[in-house]
Design a protein around this ligand. Sequence first.
Ligand SMILES: *Cc1c(COP(=O)(O)O)cnc(C)c1O
Length: 494
Amino acid sequence: MNYQSTRGSSGEIGGCGAVARGIAADGGLYIPEEFPHITPEEIEILAGMDYIGRAKVILGMYFPEFSEVEMQALCEAAYGGDKFDCPEVAPTVKLNDETHVLELFHGPTCAFKDMALQMLPGLLTASLRKTGEERKVCILVATSGDTGKAALEGFRDVRGSEIVVFYPRDGVSQVQKLQMITQEGKNVHVCAVAGNFDDAQTGVKRVFADAEIAKKLDEKGIFLSSANSINWGRLAPQIVYYFSAYCDLLNEGVIKCGDPVNFCVPTGNFGNILAGFIASLMGLPVNRFICASNANDVLTDFIRTGTYDRNRTFKTTISPSMDILISSNVERLIYLLSDCNAACTAERMKALSETGKYTLSETEAAVLGEYFWGGCCDDEATKAAIRANFDAHGYTADTHTAVALSVLADYRRETGDDTHTVVVSTASPYKFCDSVLSAVRGGEYESTTALFAELKAATGVEIPAPLAGLDGKKVRFTDCIDRETLGGYVLQVL
Ligand SMILES: *Cc1c(COP(=O)(O)O)cnc(C)c1O
């Protein structure tokens, strides 16, 4: 199993090498040279397994460097024990006859980032050992909310790692802040940065680029790495739940093996939906991927016209994890659409950074349109979808999931396609309880822990334990620093 950079540099690099390096030297993203194939018979065998079993088989195909025993241990560490609040890990819930919700928010931080960030730390530290790296890895994160908390939970007390998370003082909700500053673990460090997300991000980029800091850390036997979604180690674990959802529908007798289904995915950085596309390239029977965006509609236009154009106003929405103009994992998609033409991909990425746009060939655009359908909706429609699904099915969706539900309704109206569709649900409604409560009951609210009880009264949905316990937890991190001083902070805490 060899991996290739989307921008050309090849060489003998395996799954462990790709995970250890994160990003290729030429700035490209790692992708397998060939995708392993799964037959319908093998899918039926997966259907007889639990989530850990399914993960072990699929991830084993991408990381043959690990023995079966090693892979079993990695999957158990990620998804076993009481890390997830239900035995299915990622349950598929029926909404109506042809609509099913794949719930990816049962992990320790109540958002779908846990599906990958519970797996990545084990995978990364084991990959570092396999590739002969003896230094300790320190993960640096600038977060606008969800990723920081999920990374902290994933890396806490993982041997051979430290993690430092910077969040913007003026840019996260009270609940998100509380989740981070009460984080437990011996190897975790959390610090506010005076300013907004850009200030935190700029500060972190400077630390990564600072050779002096790298040298000082190296003397302590430490090197810096990131946990963002361009790392293959974050993408690969996400392939698993597409197979898992299909297996669930098989087991429930909803479909027969070989029947195609649709997946409707609320999309930001394009990592989640790309993992589904890869599953289909491996042999999972999929009719259409419905790519759902909020008012930031770059991807909708891209799928409909073949032109990616980021030159538009950035909009702040009630589904903030999808507020994005440059979806970094699209690079892997266009590489695949171009028949793995790295030179062409590199050129388009250059055009994107210089002019903010590029255009696919007619053939590529046609293939894109065969696999994907793009749609978007604004905040009003998002809230209307929460309300409509609550009234019709008694189901309480978070704002991101609601974008998908809204776009799916548009898709069905426009195409008449009634194929069984799995809506991928990416967060607990409690994570965005202010907007969800407003949709269900009217009025305006602020995201505080006091709101949990009100949302429970309004919807009957149980408060997830990690959020319910927040108020009683000890605050461990109170530092707030200037964006120029992040490097000094990192050196001081490590
Ligand atoms: C990160 C995130 C998304 C977007 O996923 P991508 O892989 O970036 O497309 C959607 N919903 C929630 C709740 C998220 O945290």
